[in-house]
Design a protein around this ligand. Structure first.
Ligand SMILES: [Zn+2]
Length: 565
């Protein structure tokens, strides 16, 4: 008996090949047959005429580590076609964590990933201390989609070094203790080891996130520990002191794939990202497997000056980090502070979120009705009208409104010609949704639908079948997800039914459904008719099902393939 039968779907099977008309039969969570006009009796039949059926989207860059403990549905991803989410990216995990380090872990997440501290304090279920205990908790609770978890460098470092983790290099003994934790995590089902050396990644009080303090020797030792069993992906959001040649040396030493984030296009320094992709391509020619995580979404962030993520990575912003209220306003008002920020912004660098593109920063919402005439105007425009410097214009407006003015900044990835080339690069991987993080700044959990609708259909940057491949079998193969990412008999029934004519993501909107009433931005799916995880439906045309089944599996058994593409 077949559980579920899709009739007459246009099947995009995930391989990148031409779509074909077929029926798809599902039993016990697996695809059992793919062929035209199957003769079977099914418990449930879905009329898929005129619609496309593809494997579910694999989101390789999420930060659901905390949210999953209070919201195992992982809103909003399942409704946006995601059937597998990889958590722990950048190494910003919540396990392992000693009870004494919970507060600093939550404060770090608040700073580095823009998660509401109140929501984290109220929401996180701390029923674990070690990584294996965290995995056991996830397994017991279940989740709406499949989940794979990295062991995170900053958490491992904090577990071993306590408060020193964000302040100094590790001793050989401490590195040995960290290696033991990484080994143990791999034995308990981690998909790999994730870290960050990015100067944009600051924790509580403006201290660097712990992994940024790691020496090259520490990094090599931990990636080596990950690779001992012949499995695992090394994921890194890289900063200047871990350039691609260093990452290639780790790939060469371990034979394991390296995922390099965050390759975003910067209009002010337009060649930097292509230089990284060229270096990655050269490494692949030498037999290493490196991939650049690229995004198909323009990086746009909503922010207030009370928590201005786009500029908090600037060295000159340090005096303001960790301050609030009157103390923060006093620093933002200082001419010397502003001069230092202007000087830094005028200096070229390899990676910077905000690059003085004042015409791409707009006032969304003012707090004082007297300033309402500034809404929807750019800072460049407001400054020009007043004959003023743009930084002064923005900070003065914010200070006059008690830092409640909401701004939006189009930061990176807005040059569509360049982004189209990145998306088609042979060694890029479409990723970087950051789902679960930066919730008040942006929400790209619908990146997959955006690739299908905007890039494949509207822009024509790639065939729809190639867009499907890049969202499904490609990440599944890189991550070693067994039996996922293709519509083939024997593969898991992770499926997305959609209308190619209307698929996409809707406009962003703000909802207040986080613990402690905290808000987040979200987008709704367009053109999605249904999402199935292991053969069970989790979303329909109206979004997440009211009683979402915990249909996902905690993925812990990964294949060892690591050959260059
Ligand atoms: Zn990240």
């Amino acid at each position: 008996m077949t559980d579920l039968l899709f009739r007459q779907a246009q099947v995009f099977d995930g391989s990148g090949g031409e779509p074909f008309r077929a029926d798809v039969a599902v039993s016990a969570g697996c695809i059992t047959a793919v062929a035209p006009d199957l003769v079977v009796t099914a418990t449930q039949t879905v009329d898929a005429r005129g619609l496309a059926l593809m494997p579910g989207i694999v989101d390789s860059h999420t930060h659901f580590d905390a949210q999953i403990t209070w919201d195992p549905t992982l809103r909003p991803s399942p409704a946006l076609g995601v059937t597998t989410a990889v958590i722990g990216n950048c190494g910003f995990t919540i396990a392992p964590c000693r009870p004494a380090d919970r507060e600093i872990t939550m404060k770090n997440l608040t700073q580095v990933e823009g998660m509401s501290l109140d929501a984290l304090r109220e929401g996180i279920d701390w029923g674990f201390e070690t990584f294996p205990e965290y995995m056991a908790q996830l397994r017991a609770r279940g989740s709406a989609v499949n989940v794979a978890a990295y062991i995170g460098h900053s958490s491992v470092r904090t577990y071993v070094m306590g408060g020193d983790a964000a302040r100094r290099a590790a001793t050989p003994d401490e590195i040995g203790q960290m290696q033991a934790i990484v080994r143990d995590a791999m034995a308990n089902g981690a998909v790999g080891f994730a870290s960050s050396t990015s100067p944009a990644h600051n924790g509580e009080g403006g201290l660097p996130m712990p992994s940024r303090l790691a020496s090259d020797d520490e990094m090599a030792a931990l990636v080596g520990a990950m690779a001992e069993g012949g499995r695992g992906v090394y994921m890194l959001t890289k900063g200047g002191h871990t350039p691609v040649p260093f990452l290639e040396s780790l790939a060469a030493a371990t034979g394991r794939p390296v995922m390099v984030a965050a390759l975003l296009h910067n209009s002010v320094n337009p060649n930097a990202v292509f230089a990284d992709l060229d270096a990655i391509a050269a490494a692949n020619r030498r037999g290493r497997r490196l991939l650049g995580q690229v995004s198909c979404c323009p990086l746009t962030m909503d922010f207030t000056l009370a928590s201005p993520y786009p500029v908090e990575g600037l060295a000159s912003w340090k005096p303001a980090l960790g301050l609030a209220g009157a103390a923060l306003k006093a620093v933002l008002a200082q001419p010397a502070f502003r001069d230092a920020v202007r000087a830094e912004l005028a200096t070229p660098t390899t990676f910077r979120l905000f690059n003085s593109e004042w015409d791409k920063v707009h006032v969304v919402e003012t707090a004082d009705p007297a300033h309402a005439h500034h809404e929807q105007r750019s800072i460049a425009d407001i400054a020009a009208t007043g004959g003023r410097d743009p930084l002064d214009a923005m900070l003065d407006l914010a200070i006059a409104e008690d830092l409640r003015t909401v701004f939006t900044a189009q930061l990176l990835n807005s040059d569509e010609e360049a982004v189209g080339r990145m998306l088609n690069h042979p060694h890029s991987i479409v990723s970087l949704s950051d789902a679960g993080a930066h919730l008040t700044f942006f929400n790209d959990a619908g990146f997959g639908l955006h690739l299908l609708g905007h890039w494949a259909r509207d822009v024509g940057a790639m065939p729809l079948a190639e867009a499907v491949r890049r969202l499904t079998s490609h990440p599944a193969e890189v991550l070693g997800l067994r039996g996922r990412g293709l519509i083939r008999a024997g593969f898991a029934a992770d499926l997305l039914l959609f209308d190619p004519a209307s698929v996409g993501r809707g406009p962003k909107r703000r909802v207040h459904d986080l613990p402690a009433g905290a808000s987040r931005l979200t987008t709704d799916a367009l053109g999605v008719h249904g999402v199935w995880v292991n053969g069970r439906q989790v979303a329909d045309a109206n979004g997440l099902l009211a009683q979402t089944p915990m249909a996902g599996e905690l993925l812990t058994d990964f294949s060892a393939s690591a050959a260059p593409a």
